[in-house]
Design a protein around this ligand. Structure first.
Ligand SMILES: Cc1cc2nc3c(=O)[nH]c(=O)nc-3n(C[C@H](O)[C@H](O)[C@H](O)COP(=O)(O)O)c2cc1C
Length: 179
């Protein structure tokens, strides 16, 4: 097992959100590999106000300390109006160096697999010097969630999650030399 630490970041914070189910599934798949240390990072726990809206030194510090402790990320991305959530964008904006020179993979969901949100996220990650890997698991709200609420992923997604994690670990390790 490598000593790499990978954070699985839940991108949504609304009540009734589906992201914890998806994040736990990804963590379960990742933990079975036994090749790194994986943890769920829930943006909601950090209670970040909108950037600049209030003095949030304590929350911003806690968020940056958590990110700084990680070598790479898996973003659980849900599509809101063809993009990422406001909560995820706000959380991305709250840090800079703590993101830099790390790798990230994406697991997204939406009516078309969250593909439009995932592509928007890739543009933002470029500005934060996060190396986003190619392989991407795209889950359908129609076929991977029973009644749109209970997560029952099709088997084929396992291949993409594992392929994505292979790339995230390889790049997270390689980028260590830059950090
Ligand atoms: C404000 C809002 C906008 C949405 N816009 C889209 C959209 O553009 N495309 C899409 O596929 N799904 C869209 N959805 C559906 C969400 O992807 C779906 O509700 C998903 O479960 C949200 O993730 P969450 O449950 O983790 O919050 C939208 C949902 C919300 C709340």
């Amino acid at each position: 097992m490598s000593n790499l630490k990978i954070g699985i970041i839940l991108g949504s914070t609304r009540q009734g959100r589906l992201s914890p189910q998806v994040g736990e599934w990804v963590k379960g798949v990742a933990d079975k590999r036994g090749d790194a240390s994986y943890e769920i990072v829930d943006i909601a726990d950090f209670k970040l106000p909108l950037l600049g809206e209030a003095d949030a030194t304590e929350q911003a510090t806690a968020w940056n300390v958590k990110l700084a402790s990680l070598d790479g990320f898996v973003f659980i991305v849900q599509e809101y109006n063809h993009s990422i959530t406001g909560a995820l964008k706000n959380a991305l904006d709250y840090a800079r160096e703590a993101w830099n020179n790390k790798a990230a993979g994406i697991v997204s969901y939406g009516s078309v697999g969250g593909a439009r949100a995932a592509e928007h996220l890739r543009g933002i990650l470029g500005e934060l010097s996060v190396a986003d890997v190619r392989i991407h698991a795209a889950l359908s709200l129609y076929t991977d969630f029973e009644n749109g609420s209970v997560f029952k992923p099709a088997d084929l997604h396992l291949t993409n999650v594992n392929g994505m994690l292979d790339e995230v670990l390889a790049w997270s390790g390689a980028l260590k030399s830059l950090r």
